[in-house]
Design a protein around this ligand. Structure first.
Ligand code: PRX
Length: 655
């Protein structure tokens, strides 16, 4: 078997090379979701179990707030775990593979239910109940998924914070979420290096104004840690006592809060994207069936992290709701070698795979034979999301694996794809460079930024907006801040109450959309969404720094990298190159310690002044353009052209 796939003489035909052949099947499906949403979503709602049926499909009486499946009661954990455990207890539900610690675990639906019930019992013992927050700060281990599902089971609101964030970032999120309890672990592992979590967590709790009553610690035996008496609980000991305890699912109103997930925006303060229970369950079930074409009994492999929205929707909830086994992976795409993911595809007969363009660009630097060494015949398609998918990368991976490669465009806020191709409805051909067409339920519009007018003719660049109501599964509001939800998302287009994605886009003659970048200060580093303001605040906190601008600069591997330009209180401090280097190191360490390495700028450059308008507004776009060797555009309003010239000179010779 293996020899057959060992070396291919010629690459397999590229399925992306054909012209678009969208038939009317998807068009009809989409139109029904827009023209008759009540019957459309009633039908989709049958994909999940309800303890009590809903009375109303959508209450849109208070725009921009929408409530889906009003009056219905359901539970995410029941739909993801119990209903499958009842019918197919021995089927695999969670497959965990770690190339970091060289372990693998296959957990059946019955075992998953038992683990989740044990974790739910632990939470209950600590007094966690409906509506209480539980913050999860975990590496990619099964216990992270148990914790999320246990919260969903008892109606607690989970708030997962990406393990790559450090103490300051974590402390901000603790203060916003005010968790009763935190679930964490001793350490993660990255590239074979142990990354301790506990000291960062202890420091975050010290920095935060809010004090969680308890910390539930999973000890992987990777990094010894100190237990805080009266606060830290030992997961293994509690599990030994509580495994076998039955904890029934709490039936929740459809519009109860399932979770909050922090994401970056224009300010330094992260926003807690808040999601419901019933709408999310239905949207995920529908997306699994109609977009990903995932079928019960098969295996879904998403390479993301539970700290990001992709991990919530398509590592934990989506595949499990669909009755699939979900493959959860700890490690990089290239260790021990670039065959690691594809070996897993072969071993677990993965049918649908989901990753990010950056991961593919990393693979591209490796021996292509690694991708075809294994039997990929089970795989139907590879979905990529989270950042722009450039054509060379898409072509390369499509050629290398000989499978359709489908781009997905969406956001933390929406929870599931806005633009892509619905493979479960019809296998339309992708167009390189385009994520595809609007998904069911999304009334997508391209609008003129200045006038708010719709841009109906093809190939005109506009703001990508969505008309009210957003479909089920999208954010309900910003956690504890309805006003911010309205102001941020629904008030940015003049004269119209539409949801702004903050992305530029255009549409071609065939109705395919192309994403052209963000219109705000959000940057995308290796598929990780970061706010430049949060990084600026951290750099500006260094005692030597007077002022700073952080911009995202195009990068061949990561899509974008953060670049910082700082003005020092005493310019003499960085006069000598070795002093500048030492200071840069200090600032980078500060970002590592406070926000995490994920937010670390690639460079900190010292300048005499920053380019600003006469009214004092920082011209980040102009800085970005100069860094990318592009024309910064109309700079009549620039206060002092020397500022931009200095950045231009610094960046000369970089590519
Ligand atoms: O700018 C868009 C970019 O990532 C942003 C959303 O990031 P996040 O909230 O982390 O959610 C990721 C969910 C997959 C978007 O506003 N983005 C996401 N997908 C694409 C993309 N840009 C271009 N093409 C995509 N497929």
């Amino acid at each position: 078997m293996r020899a057959k796939f060992a070396r291919r003489v010629a690459p397999p035909p590229n399925p992306n090379d054909k012209e678009m052949t969208m038939t009317s099947r998807y068009v009809d499906f989409y139109r029904r979701s827009i023209d008759d949403p009540d019957s459309f979503w009633t039908e989709q709602a049958r994909l999940i179990d309800w303890e009590r049926p809903f009375d109303q499909v959508c209450d849109a009486s208070h725009p921009p707030f929408a409530r889906w499946f009003v009056g219905g009661r359901t539970n995410l954990c029941h739909n993801a775990v119990d209903r499958h455990a009842a019918r197919r207890p021995a089927d695999p539900a969670l497959i965990w593979a770690s190339s970091e610690v060289g372990q693998e675990r296959v957990i059946s639906f019955a075992e998953l239910q038992a683990e989740v019930e044990a974790m739910a019992a632990m939470l209950r013992e600590q007094g966690v109940g409906v509506g209480d927050r539980v913050l999860i700060y975990m590496p990619m281990i099964p216990e992270a998924a148990f914790a999320m599902l246990a919260c969903a089971r008892i109606g607690a609101i989970h708030s997962v914070v990406f393990g790559g964030f450090a103490s300051h970032a974590l402390a901000n999120r603790i203060d916003d979420a005010e968790p009763v309890l935190i679930v964490s672990a001793d350490a993660g592992s990255r590239n074979g290096k142990v990354v301790p979590y506990k000291p960062l967590l202890d420091e975050a709790i010290r920095l935060a104004a809010h004090r969680p009553a308890a910390v539930l610690m999973v000890d992987r035996g990777l990094s010894p840690f100190e237990r805080v008496e009266g606060r830290d609980l030992d997961y293994a000991a509690l599990r030994a006592r509580l495994l076998g305890t039955r904890v029934a699912c709490e039936w929740l109103p459809s519009d109860a809060i399932s979770y909050t997930l922090y994401t970056s925006g224009t300010t330094g303060r992260p926003k807690g994207v808040q999601r419901d229970v019933g709408g999310y369950a239905v949207a995920l079930a529908a997306s699994m069936a109609h977009i990903y074409d995932g079928r019960a009994g098969e295996t879904f492999f998403s390479t993301s992290d539970i700290g990001w929205v992709v991990g919530h929707s398509y590592i934990v909830y989506g595949p499990l709701i669909a009755g699939m086994a979900t493959l959860m992976y700890e490690g990089t795409p290239v260790s021990p070698d670039a065959a690691v993911w594809w070996k897993l595809v072969e071993r677990h007969r993965v049918t649908v795979m989901f990753s990010a363009p950056t991961a593919v660009r990393v693979l591209k630097k490796q021996d292509p034979a690694c991708l075809t060494r294994h039997d990929l015949s089970s795989l139907r398609a590879l979905f990529l999301a989270g950042e722009p998918l450039d054509e060379p990368t898409a072509r390369w991976i499509a050629d290398a694996i000989g499978k359709p490669v489908i781009d997905n465009y969406w956001q933390t806020e929406t929870g599931w794809p806005i633009l892509t191709l619905a493979r479960g409805i019809e296998p339309a051909e992708p167009k390189f460079g385009s994520p595809g067409v609007p998904m069911f339920g999304y009334r997508v519009r391209l609008l003129d930024e200045r006038t708010g007018e719709p841009l109906d003719e093809p190939r005109r660049k506009g703001l990508l907006a969505i008309e009210f109501p957003l479909p089920p599964g999208c954010m309900q509001t910003v956690w504890r801040d309805d006003e911010r939800f309205v102001r941020t998302y629904w008030s940015s287009v003049p004269g119209r109450q539409v949801y702004s994605t903050f992305d530029w886009a255009l549409r071609d003659e065939d109705g395919y959309y192309f994403i052209l970048g963000r219109s705000d200060d959000v940057i995308n580093v290796a598929g990780h969404r970061l706010g430049t303001r949060e990084i600026e605040e951290c750099v500006a906190g260094h005692p030597a720094v007077a002022e700073v601008a952080v911009v995202g600069v195009a990068d061949a591997l990561k899509g974008q990298v953060a670049m910082a330009f700082a003005v020092l209180k005493d310019p003499a401090r960085a006069a000598a190159p070795e002093d500048a280097l030492a200071l840069e190191g200090e600032i980078l360490r500060r970002v590592d310690q406070q926000l995490g390495a994920v937010a670390r700028p690639s460079r900190v450059r010292f300048v005499g002044l920053l380019p600003k308008t006469r009214s004092g507004k920082l011209l980040r776009r102009a800085i970005q353009a100069v860094c990318e060797h592009r024309d910064p555009g109309d700079l009549i309003t620039l206060d002092d052209p020397a500022a931009l010239q200095q950045i231009h000179d610094l960046m000369k010779g970089t590519s």
